[in-house]
Design a protein around this ligand. Structure first.
Ligand SMILES: Cc1cc2nc3c(=O)[nH]c(=O)nc-3n(C[C@H](O)[C@H](O)[C@H](O)COP(=O)(O)OP(=O)(O)OC[C@H]3O[C@@H](n4cnc5c(N)ncnc54)[C@H](O)[C@@H]3O)c2cc1C
Length: 503
């Protein structure tokens, strides 16, 4: 170990708030802290070399949002481009937020947090991080830990272990770790999966590969449409300020999504028919939509990707891409043998099979020396957790844009920090009130309501929820936007400790 390493390892730095990660949540947290709690010292520690999280991790061709940027963008910074945006456009937008608000000095890149230890004696978290540049261990102390680490492991994606994978003579690639040198020009590609990633990747490569096949076990819903929002176009044509365009367009989108979510529950068959009609428009009457694009579940039980200008379907209609709905028996030298007996040949197989859930950002937590894992806690509104003092996690929405929750959770955190200052306490924890001690405890999310593969695979790692909505992540922006600002911080679920006695 060098002298410099030893030096940096020894000195603990203190910040009032420490943010984990500089993705869209971490950068949003930093913005709100700076504007809503001036004077609060804070730092965001980010494992990667730059900001963006999801949007720098994923580098596969065509990488783009699957929801609109008026609501995936922050409420405080207008989105001025087409609603579905590429990763590069999202990064540019985040860069502007960082620049315009002087957030750069508050972010430290190349710092992977490994441990977080809470001490009730000091009312402090001690955070241990590894600095990438020299491998040094850096120690920080903080009064409040703001978890913005997302929900999946960034280092690697999830690939099932199919028989015969090592027999395949071509290349197997996961979209999360897309190799820079992957040459797919003129090659035959199979993309396993039919989620948003597959739907983005396939049209992006279809013109260059000799053929691309989307291989799915079961179909998914999609919403094809024009990559434009009429009301935004109309307002811009009238020279309305972008701040207004952003706000009005957000409201219109949220109203439409609210109606859609409600209708998906109340009249699923009608919604299903509308979604399938959208696909039929591109693929025509003779295409087997029943087999390849009619899911068995009701709409909204999994996230529905928006397909700008129906590009996925255009690729299929042109014959450059095709869909196979079948199950994998095993990999072969040449490709994939299906349960039906058909063999699909390929040069490249892309496993768009999802994520590895990582609720703690791979951080080991202890509270007064005892290991605490997220799975052992009960969530308060999907933000705070029993047994984890002075900690909030931003877990966004799945049925609406993630970032809507970044803004409203930030309002809550800033209000909580100000409240703690006002009442002179340095510790807050949530606990289930005595009168609710017999409340039924359930899994993080109701699988009947929402059940994507990565959540189902990792549900045992997630905190539990209670039977009452205060003790759940409801995934319901439309109620939360009013509920969160009205939380009574003196309510019985908040346990405040005594103020630390200053020496
Ligand atoms: C390809 C793709 C497309 C998506 N499209 C949409 C969309 O259109 N709309 C939508 O609403 N949602 C979308 N999502 C979901 C998306 O992940 C979230 O919306 C959002 O980007 C998450 O932001 P985040 O900042 O909370 O987490 P992330 O983007 O996951 O960022 C977390 C950051 O924390 C860092 N980190 C984690 N652990 C540590 C640690 N121990 N120490 C230091 N740093 C750490 C990571 O390196 C990362 O940079 C998409 C997801 C994917 C994968």
């Amino acid at each position: 170990m060098s002298a410099a390493t030893k030096k940096s390892a020894g000195a603990a730095e203190h910040f009032d708030v420490l943010i984990v990660g500089a993705g869209i949540s971490g950068v949003g947290a930093a913005y709100h802290l700076k504007h809503q709690t001036p004077g609060t010292t804070f730092v965001a520690l980010e494992a990667q070399d730059s900001f963006g999280g999801t949007w720098i991790t994923h580098k596969y061709p065509g990488i783009r949002s699957d929801s609109d940027l008026h609501t995936f963008g922050y409420r405080f910074k207008p989105w001025v481009g087409p609603p579905i945006a590429s990763a590069a456009e999202i990064l540019r937008y985040m860069d502007e937020v960082i620049e315009e608000n002087g957030l750069n000095p508050h972010i430290r890149y190349g710092h992977t947090i490994t441990n977080a230890a809470w001490s009730s004696a000091d009312n402090l978290w001690t955070i241990t991080a590894t600095r990438k540049s020299d491998g040094a261990t850096k120690v920080f102390t903080t009064g409040f830990l703001w978890m913005c680490q997302g929900y999946y492991r960034h280092g690697q994606g999830y690939t099932p272990n199919w028989p015969g994978m090592s027999d395949f003579k071509g290349r197997i690639v996961h979209p999360q770790t897309w190799p820079d040198d992957l040459d797919y020009k003129g090659k035959r590609m199979i993309v396993i999966g039919s989620g948003a990633t597959a739907a983005t990747l396939i049209p992006a490569v279809a013109n260059e590969t000799s053929h691309v096949t989307m291989l799915q076990r079961s179909p998914t819903y999609f919403i094809p449409g024009r990559n434009a929002i009429e009301i935004a176009e109309q307002l811009r044509a009238l020279d309305v300020d972008e701040e207004w365009v952003h706000e009005i367009t957000r409201r219109q989108i949220l109203k439409t999504q609210d109606d859609f979510t409600r209708r998906s529950k109340e009249e699923p068959e009608a919604v299903k028919a509308e979604l399938l009609a959208g696909v039929k428009m591109f693929l025509g009457e003779n295409y087997d939509i029943e087999k390849h694009f009619t899911p068995k579940y009701r709409p909204w039980r999994q996230r529905i990707a928006f397909i700008p200008d129906g590009d996925l379907f255009q690729g299929i209609a042109s014959g450059k891409a095709s869909v196979v709905t079948d199950e994998i028996e095993r990999f072969t030298e040449k490709g994939i043998l299906l349960k039906s007996g058909q063999e699909l040949e390929a040069d490249i197989i892309v496993t768009a099979t999802g994520f590895d859930l990582s609720p703690q950002g791979d951080i080991g937590f202890t509270v007064d020396g005892k290991v605490v894992e997220m799975k052992d806690t009960i969530t308060y509104r999907g933000m705070m957790f029993t047994g984890l003092p002075n900690l909030v996690w931003v877990f966004g929405y799945f049925r609406a844009s993630w970032t809507l929750r970044v803004d409203i959770v930030a309002d809550f955190v800033c209000r909580l920090l100000k409240h703690m200052k006002k009442i002179g306490t340095k510790r807050v924890e949530v606990a289930i009130p005595e009168k609710l001690k017999d409340m039924e405890l359930l899994s993080w999310i109701d699988p009947e309501d929402f059940n994507p593969g990565y959540i189902m695979r990792g549900i045992h790692l997630l905190p539990r929820r209670g039977a009452l909505r205060e003790w759940q992540h409801t995934q319901d922006y439309w109620h939360e936007k009013d509920e969160l600002p009205n939380i009574d911080l003196d309510g019985e679920e908040f346990i405040y400790g005594k103020a630390k006695v200053e020496a």
